[in-house]
Design a protein around this ligand. Structure first.
Ligand code: ZN
Length: 414
């Protein structure tokens, strides 16, 4: 991080004493970034260094504009300690979230706060070239409004939908733009390191850094959008599997000989419990004569049924909509029961737009868990909906950039 913050190559230029100092300062920066603030005695204790040494390192970091003096903190007996924190505007991160149908982007500071407007618009993610042309155009506009030099940015983080083409096995991150990989295309255009991640794993990173999974080591984050994906935090780390495909929860089989799934198989969890499935089941039920407030909400146009419309119907106490979510929740619960037996997680976070149904979805999941899990194992697991709401993946992509840069620097220094 120091490397990027100072725009120097200290590994090649510095002497051994410099390297030691960089290592110590790098630790302080990462600690302050992750914990918000710390006092000199706290840092001295953590690093086994003397208070004067810490002071010297901090004074230098303040001169560089990376660290800020935050003034006096609360006393724990004796003199009130002076607190230090990261200068939030020392550097910025560009974050992009390509969702089921919606694309978002924004610029964040080192306190993980948005410093630009969050641009949100709809696009058809199936047309990949068009998606990226649209992103380039809007990002160019956003950056020209901010008018910051490239050197003020640390990198770009992109959350990508976990779509896998059934025929080719191609994923969104395999995409080439003008013969370049996605990362290289962004890196070339903006001259910034670019990192991409599967949306469910990016969501897990967001929950781990800023949400319900903070300070937890074993958490499953289930992302229910058009499809169903899962990010897994195992022993504090994101689990990816051999080829990065771990967490394809949507494609476990739950219905024998069920409906055809986008993956080419039949009866996947996605065919009965995803956003796409809920819309399809709502349309089917109504065209077969089921009574529902959805008819009124959409003025009879079944194509106007979205997940948000069904959630609106739920909130109106619509029995048909409640029934749809009960069935979806029961299938999800069955899938999650299997996961709980395998992973023994301390928490399962349900996120994505379908999770905005909150207790209408969580209650049937719980009922299904009561039915299918061993009580002693289930007791360990808390089931919650995400509290980070819409910006979880933008924040997750910021965390992805920061985690990767810290890891790279630590590898370089150690
Ligand atoms: Zn499938």
């Amino acid at each position: 991080m120091l490397n990027l913050l100072l725009q120097t190559d200290f590994k090649n230029n510095g002497s051994n004493t410099d390297l030691k100092r960089f290592r110590q300062q790098s630790f302080i920066i990462e600690y302050l970034y992750r914990n918000g603030k710390a006092s000199n005695p706290e840092l001295a204790k953590l690093t086994n260094m003397s208070s004067p040494t810490i002071n010297k390192l901090i004074v230098e970091l303040i001169e560089y504009g990376i660290v800020q003096d935050l003034g006096y903190g609360d006393s724990i007996g004796g003199r009130r300690p002076n607190l230090y924190g990261i200068n939030p505007n020392a550097k910025y991160i560009i974050s992009i979230d390509i969702d089921c149908r919606m694309i978002k982007m924004g610029v964040f500071n080192l306190r993980n706060e948005a410093v630009s407007e969050i641009i949100t618009y709809f696009d058809n993610v199936k047309n990949k070239q068009q998606v990226f042309e649209g992103i380039f155009k809007r990002l160019d506009q956003l950056l020209s409004q901010l008018n910051y030099k490239t050197s003020r940015f640390l990198g770009i983080g992109i959350s990508l939908p976990g779509l896998i083409e059934a025929k080719t096995g191609e994923t969104y991150s395999d995409l080439l733009i003008d013969g370049l990989s996605l990362e290289d295309a962004f890196q070339n255009r903006y001259d910034l390191p670019t990192f991409t991640g599967n949306d469910s794993r990016v969501m897990a990173l967001g929950e781990q850094a800023f949400g319900a999974a903070r300070n937890k080591n074993n958490v499953l984050c289930i992302n229910i959008c058009d499809g169903i994906g899962m990010g897994m935090i195992v022993n504090g780390k994101i689990y990816e599997g051999k080829s990065g495909f771990a967490g394809e929860l949507g494609h476990i089989n739950v219905v024998d000989d069920g409906d055809l799934c986008t993956c080419g198989k039949r009866g996947c969890l996605e065919t009965v419990a995803s956003g796409t499935a809920l819309i399809h089941l709502a349309q089917k039920g109504i065209s077969e004569g089921k009574q529902s407030v959805l008819t009124e909400l959409t003025q009879g146009d079944l194509h106007e049924i979205h997940v948000s419309t069904i959630i609106k119907a739920l909130e109106n106490g619509d029995a048909f909509a409640i029934d749809l979510f009960s069935k979806a929740g029961a299938y999800l619960g069955k899938g999650i029961a299997g996961l709980i037996h395998i992973f023994n997680p301390e928490m399962v976070i349900i996120g994505g737009k379908v999770a905005r149904a909150r207790h209408f979805l969580i209650d049937p999941i719980q009922q299904s868990l009561n039915k299918y899990t061993i009580h002693r194992i289930k007791q360990d697991t808390e089931i919650v909906t995400s509290t980070l709401e819409e910006n979880v993946k933008l924040l997750g992509a910021v965390a992805m950039v920061m985690n990767t840069l810290f890891e790279q620097e630590n590898a370089l220094l150690n």
